[in-house]
Design a binder for this molecule. Structure first.
Ligand code: SAM
Length: 353
């Protein structure tokens, strides 16, 4: 198969590069920085990522031009959704300039590229409007509790809930909707926040997604008994507000959707630990330094930066990306077991969550 492959795929009826398990490339997550202003205990615990921690030097981080060029190659191969992430993407200087470059990318079938961003929300009051003006369509904001004591301990820097809520208001005012909220649930830590978060999301029209605590990286001291299974979360919420399963918006959607039967909107669960969804995974990731990963749990990244900085043509860049996707066969979460738990892993903030 060549880069100009136009065959319709059984996966979702549209054309694009397909891996060894028949999965099409549809979704690219781009990390624009490995830095973050939070020190979430489950992601970048401050004991490990303290003052002395050395983040990537600037010359090793992809420039906006390099990111946009790479994104164009991916869109040419069938990617329909671009998600900007990090680290904390809003700490990258002049981010709206990058958004404007990505918003200008055209899909081969003339459909719209779904351009979105995942953020801790801390800088949204200042940046929501410039990002929306640059062409960002919507945002996902991470928020693990509405209680300062719980949230402050989880974000590691006592960042107040009110400032994130104000950032969410700013996003709404700027038209960045629907607003999705990511809540990582850890047993014994923020479980009591589940129902208050669901109530708040129903009242404000946000789409809340509960995320099972994952064994990414090595820094967070992950234990299976701290994972609250998605089914338990569904049972907890629907005991108060009855909910029924809703169809996915598209094949490969990460969250399993549940709709409140009283018309109060929906919530979702992301159950990568208890119900892995590898067989529908259409995602690739690019780290801030330009490593290309085809699985959040991948051990080896492919050096796209070297290709970008080698003088390669656009066709050569596309062939590099397509070659990696065509060879892809990973399904870590389905194979998760004692045998895989000791493998080296890459931190989520480094790869891009
Ligand atoms: N800084 C941004 C943010 O806070 O949303 C973007 C990067 S962050 C790594 C992306 C998402 O990954 C966040 O929603 C975060 O809660 C989630 N995350 C990080 N570590 C996780 C873990 N061990 N298990 C589950 N989700 C995790």
């Amino acid at each position: 198969m060549g880069a100009m492959e136009t065959q319709q795929h059984a996966f979702d009826g549209r054309s694009g590069a397909t891996d060894t398990l028949g999965r099409v490339l549809r979704d690219l997550r781009i990390s624009v920085t490995d830095r973050c202003n939070f020190r979430c205990t489950y992601c970048m615990p401050k004991e490990v990522f303290g003052r002395d921690y050395e983040f990537l030097p600037h010359d090793q981080v992809l420039t906006f031009e390099e990111i946009a060029r790479l994104a164009r190659a991916f869109v040419g191969l069938g990617v329909e959704k671009l998600r900007i992430t990090g680290g904390e993407p809003l700490v990258r200087r002049d981010l709206p300039d990058l958004i404007a470059m990505l918003a200008a990318i055209q899909r081969p079938d003339d459909g719209e590229v779904d351009l979105t961003l995942t953020t801790n929300g801390s800088a949204l009051r200042a940046l929501a409007r410039p990002l929306a003006d640059a062409g960002l369509r919507r945002v996902t904001v991470s928020l693990d509790s509405l209680e300062d004591a719980v949230f402050g301990a989880m974000n590691g820097i006592d960042f107040p809930v009110a400032k994130v809520l104000d950032g969410i208001d700013a996003a709404r005012e700027a038209g960045l909707s629907p607003i999705k909220i990511n809540m990582v649930v850890r047993r014994g830590i923020n479980e009591p926040s589940v129902l208050p978060m669901a109530r708040w999301a129903r009242e404000t029209g946000a789409v809340l997604r509960f995320i099972e605590y994952m064994d990414v990286g090595h820094s967070n001291g992950w234990r299976l008994d701290e994972v609250v299974p998605a089914q338990e979360l569904i049972d907890t919420v629907s005991a108060v507000w009855p909910a029924a399963p809703a169809d996915p918006n598209y094949r490969g959607e990460v969250a399993e959707r549940w709709r409140y039967v009283d018309g109060g909107g929906e919530f979702g669960v992301i159950s990568s630990v208890t119900q892995p969804f590898c067989r529908d995974c259409t995602r690739a990731r690019v780290s801030a330094e330009g490593k290309l990963y085809t699985c959040l749990f991948a051990v080896v990244g492919h050096d796209a930066r070297a290709v970008l900085r080698s003088g390669a043509s656009d066709d050569e860049l596309a062939a590099f990306v397509e070659g990696i996707w065509l060879r892809r066969g990973d399904r870590y979460s389905e194979l998760r077991s004692a045998a895989t738990s000791n493998l080296p892993k890459i931190e989520m903030f480094a790869m891009g969550g």
